[in-house]
Design a protein around this ligand. Structure first.
Ligand code: WT7
Length: 653
């Protein structure tokens, strides 16, 4: 086993990888230079890799200039995403496996779906959509387990030009209702239940509850477990029944390159979640290109991304990127620790996985359970490892590298966002040496800049620290916030004019490597899931006993960040352990389990400025158990509230 490298020391590229990878260091440099010096030329060539019904002549038409932000790629071309992910491969790969599905329980059989089968299922489902009245441009909400039908449901939308919006199966009925309503969905596709870790999430029961709130929506129900969930006459339809009658013939509809492919709701620093809108062609070109280069994907590889399709990672790297490349993609229904902590590694062995892509939170959790769960497995098929979702600490990185990767698999630490559609900064396995915790260098076409948060000026020295912005567009950039272009402009292009503002802090080291230091806004990252503190606060104050609340993140060993809520009760209400539990359950019901506060502190008062603004900086420090460095509290209206909060803090190191 190699000695641990210091964080500033580079890990060399394993020899076998350096020899065979798509690009080496010199090629990366040359391609990167070309991509930023001549974006038109670079992306014209990449765009041409898709199958077009009507070829594009224009490549890039984008401006970040406030307030006229407008992003268009390949704008006069026409194509179909489903055709590119499925039909295009039929001649050469009809019998190749497109999707390997591994169920929650290892005792249930896995499935291998070929490109021909995928084509048949998706075509039938697209016809089912049509019989339910779904037309081009209509929105279809998916609330699904991790089953092949989730991929069919996405691709079937694309086939007829409908726009899908996936709601993660862990979200509550209220959260589902809000999203169905916000995008005015024509159809909801769900399942009876979602098995996960030996339990079953009652998706259909939740969908019924959601419709109590948002009103009835036509619903297609996939029979996953066969539980008797009841179909409401005139509203609910059986997937099995409609698929049995559906024709296999459904031509893919050509759409404009810029027509939306999907909407995905994500949390921001203020207000309710935003509907991030992604395009068709630009998104697909970029998802496919990053999948190929970042994971060094080659024919016969078995690619596994452990994300849920409810997150952007699942969209880009379970479904669209891999399938556009004619890859074999593995979809896993379960969790890393069921039936035990060997599950991931057993699945790798069983299916001879070559690329494995997961989140730091999973790595930290597994690391804590002991090496034997990993070392008893073979894992010799693995070639590349990846992480995504949050900064990875060097301890977890080293464990992943040594215990899982046996020091022979490069780790690609991919930094990106729901808004970016695909990886923006990441190592390329054969080209960029890694450093534990750094996402290293930008992908082709991406121009990161670090700005001074005070002046908004670009820091041009190699070593720099500040806020991370991107200087120019890339094809998979989100196009707008659904129904609210002004919010798009004000969220991402107003604080630092002329740039896309990522919301992340960042450091660039002497080698020019980038290190994400975390969000600089009121967004927290819990187990790689993004949560707006404002959302949790508004859920808390919706409870009748809560007068006021402030929510911040604090360091958490497994989750990266935990949710710390300060709660002021209505006068006359008494704090109690029961009430604490009641509030936790309440947030769980309002948003979902991922939003449940880890710690709730009763706050008789919150630290506010004289103008009534909550001083979150102070609350963050107390939650971090770092109250020695509170900084200037002289502008507080009532400094004594701080003493009480410190006295009764919940996170004591
Ligand atoms: C935020 C985006 C993109 C897929 C999953 C999350 C953080 C993401 C990394 C990384 C450090 C990371 C950032 C970013 N983040 N990847 N490799 N290193 N931080 O998507 O929910 O849109 O969250 O996740 O803070 O802004 P998301």
């Amino acid at each position: 086993m190699s000695a641990h490298n210091s964080p500033m020391e580079k890990h060399p590229i394993p020899e076998a990888i350096a020899r065979d990878a798509h690009v080496n260091a010199d090629q990366y440099k040359a391609m990167y230079e070309a991509s930023v010096n001549d974006p038109e030329g670079f992306w014209r060539e990449q765009g041409a890799a898709l199958k077009w019904s009507k070829p594009f002549t224009k490549v890039k038409n984008t401006t970040f200039a406030h307030p006229d932000v407008s992003i268009k790629w390949f704008e006069d071309g026409e194509m179909n995403v489903c055709e590119n992910c499925v039909d295009r491969h039929l001649d050469t790969r009809g019998d190749q496996v497109a999707i390997i599905w591994e169920p929650d329980s290892p005792t249930e059989a896995s499935k291998h779906i070929t490109y021909s089968e995928l084509h048949r299922e998706v075509s039938k489902l697209a016809n089912v959509y049509k019989t339910l009245g779904v037309e081009k441009g209509d929105r279809v909400v998916l609330y699904m387990p991790m089953i092949p039908e989730a991929a069919y449901a996405m691709l079937a939308c694309a086939r007829i030009g409908a726009v899908h919006s996936i709601v993660f199966g862990g979200f509550s009925p209220d959260a589902l209702a809000a999203r169905v309503k916000s995008c005015d969905a024509k159809l909801l596709v769900t399942a009876d239940q979602a098995p996960r870790g030996g339990k079953a999430t009652p998706l259909k029961v939740n969908a019924d509850a959601a419709m109590e709130v948002c009103g009835d929506v036509q619903t297609l129900v996939v029979e996953r477990t066969g539980a008797d969930v009841g179909l409401k006459e005139g509203r609910d339809h059986s997937y099995a029944a409609l698929m049995a009658q559906a024709s296999e013939d459904c031509p893919a509809v050509a759409v404009n390159a810029e027509d939306p492919l999907f909407i995905l709701y994500t949390s921001g620093s203020t207000g309710q979640p935003k509907g991030v809108v992604h395009s068709s062609a630009g998104y697909l070109v970029y998802a496919a290109l990053t999948h190929k280069y970042v994971f060094d994907y080659k024919d016969d590889d078995i690619f596994w991304c452990t994300a849920d399709v409810g997150w952007v990672t699942g969209h880009s790297y379970i479904v669209y990127g891999p399938l556009a490349n004619g890859a074999t993609t593995l979809m896993f229904e379960g969790v890393p620790t069921y039936p035990d902590a060997s599950r991931f590694w057993q699945v790798c062995d069983e299916h001879k996985v070559t690329q494995f892509y997961t989140a730091p939170t999973a790595i930290r959790a597994l690391m804590g359970l002991g090496d034997e769960f990993v070392t008893k497995c073979d894992l010799s098929s693995l070639r590349i490892l990846g992480t995504v979702g949050e900064p990875i600490n060097p301890e977890a990185w080293n464990w992943y590298n040594e215990i899982v990767g046996k020091d022979k698999c490069p780790i690609v630490d991919t930094w990106w966002q729901t808004e970016t559609g695909g990886h923006l900064m990441t190592p390329l396995p054969g080209a960029i040496e890694t450093k534990p915790g750094s996402c290293t260098l930008p992908f082709f076409g991406v121009q990161p800049v670090i700005l001074d948060p005070q002046t908004g000026e670009e820091i041009t020295t190699t070593e720099a620290e500040g806020v991370l912005c991107i200087k120019d567009s890339w094809p998979a950039q989100m196009r707008t916030v659904y129904g609210d272009h002004d919010r798009f402009v004000s969220t991402y292009f107003s604080d630092y004019k002329g740039y896309y503002f990522t919301g992340d802090g960042c450091r660039r080291d002497a080698d020019g490597y980038y290190w994400i230091t975390g969000r600089v806004d009121d967004v927290i990252n819990v187990s790689g899931h993004r949560m707006g503190t404002a959302e949790v606060e508004s859920a808390l104050v919706a409870h009748e006993k809560v007068a006021e609340s402030a929510v911040v993140g604090y360091p958490h060993d497994i989750k990266g960040q935990g949710i710390y809520a300060y709660v002021t009760l209505m006068s006359g209400e008494e704090p109690s352990e029961e009430l604490r539990k009641e509030l936790s359950d309440w947030v769980r019901k309002e948003i979902g389990p991922i939003a449940k506060p880890d710690l709730i502190q009763w706050a008789p008062g919150l630290p506010k400025t004289r103008s009534g603004k909550i001083m979150r900086r102070i609350l963050r420090k107390i939650a971090e158990d770092d109250f020695g460095a509170l900084g200037d509290t002289s502008t507080l209206a009532d400094p004594s509230v701080v003493d009480d909060l410190i006295e009764n803090r919940m996170n004591r190191g």
